[in-house]
Design a protein around this ligand. Structure first.
Ligand code: AMP
Ligand code: MG
Length: 333
């Protein structure tokens, strides 16, 4: 009977269900049965599969149309479970885990062999994160296994920060979507690489600033280097990523806007004298508040009649590093 219900649920397009102890338990059963579940985290919504089960993980790549060379992040509910995912745990990992877990920090470390190479894009390393969102942690605990989960959107498209965003793009490819409200960090986790010797480098700026990580370590955290073969230090960090379908460009307050119907995303305050008929969304002028609203704002205007999206560029300052990184990728064609 349970099997029947599970099969039926997986066969039809999914609307999100509100996360409750009962729906979380059902989602965990889907995961144990090798199916996909979309779930909320504090950064963006994730698309989860049992990280130990290569055929379940395979479904993530198929659902997202994601190249197999792009590694997934493995999510755990308790720092003690890190050893199920990684092979070494240098002091710097311990320091960062104590300070930032649970939270939006992913650490890339030598991979435990229990994790299939498919999860890590064929690499000998794997990314691990302990999310803060209570629904995420409850789901991982109930499933009883670490969960491999990239963002729950099609490859290269906008990341989802609400259950409705997932339902629209991947609704018919998942067994279940758990709704846990809007993601409050609003952009993806910060990803650092940690060598066996404990050196920390930055692979992707994110919700936790480089300055905060440097402060905890008492050392500079440089960008990760490209290897001799010239492959990217973090496969999956494509130039065009996190992008709306509608052409997007960065503008200043003084720049003239393109012709025709479009949307302007302003920084801090509305633009005076905005022509009639344009859509305007004003995002907060601090990096945290801005990041929180960015993807939701893009989702809300990424459709006709809008023919363009103009985004007022934030200042080129360290505090805006993660936001500016995403905007540069969103603008890239
Ligand atoms: P997503 O979960 O879609 O937000 O993206 C996860 C990103 O984390 C990947 O695209 C990589 O850029 C990075 N990442 C995850 N695992 C590794 C790894 N083993 N080595 C380098 N980068 C990684
Ligand atoms: Mg993603």
């Amino acid at each position: 009977m349970m099997q029947e219900t599970l099969k039926h649920a997986a066969a039809m397009a999914q609307h999100a269900v509100v996360a409750t102890p009962e729906t979380i338990a059902l989602a965990a059963r889907h995961l144990r049965a090798g199916d996909l579940v979309a779930f909320p985290t504090e950064t963006v919504y994730g698309l989860a599969a049992n990280a130990f089960d290569a055929s379940a993980v395979e479904k993530i790549f198929a659902a997202k149309r994601r190249p197999r060379s792009c590694p997934l992040i493995v999510h755990i509910a308790d720092a003690h479970d890190a050893h199920r995912v990684v092979r070494v745990w240098p002091d710097s990992a311990e320091l960062l885990a104590r300070e930032f877990w649970p939270g939006p920090l992913t650490m890339v470390l030598p991979r435990n062999e229990a994790i299939p190479t498919l999860v890590s894009g064929g690499l000998d390393t794997v990314g691990v994160r302990l999310p803060e969102h209570p629904v995420a942690r409850e789901l991982i605990r109930e499933a009883g296994v670490p969960l491999a989960a990239p963002s729950a959107n099609e490859f290269m498209q906008l990341s989802p920060t609400a259950a409705s965003h997932v339902a629209r793009s991947l609704g018919n490819r998942v067994a279940m979507i758990l709704d846990g409200g809007n993601s409050h960090a609003g952009i993806e986790s910060t990803v650092v690489a940690i060598s066996e010797q404990g050196e920390v480098t930055l692979l992707r700026p994110g919700a936790i600033s480089r300055a905060r990580i440097e402060h905890v370590l008492g050392a500079k955290v440089p960008d990760a280097h490209w290897d001799k073969q010239g492959s990217a230090p973090s496969p999956g960090m494509h130039d065009r990523h996190y992008a709306p379908r509608t052409p997007l460009r960065l503008v200043s307050r003084q720049s003239p806007l393109p012709d025709g119907p479009g949307a302007l995303i302003s920084l801090g305050t509305p633009r005076p004298g905005l022509p009639e008929g344009l859509t305007e969304i004003v995002l907060g002028a601090s990096p945290e508040v801005y990041a929180q609203g960015l993807y939701a704002a893009l989702h809300s205007v990424d459709h006709p009649p809008h023919k363009w999206i103009a985004l007022e560029a934030p200042p080129q300052q360290a505090a805006w590093e993660a936001v500016n990184d995403r905007l540069r990728r969103a603008e890239s064609r």
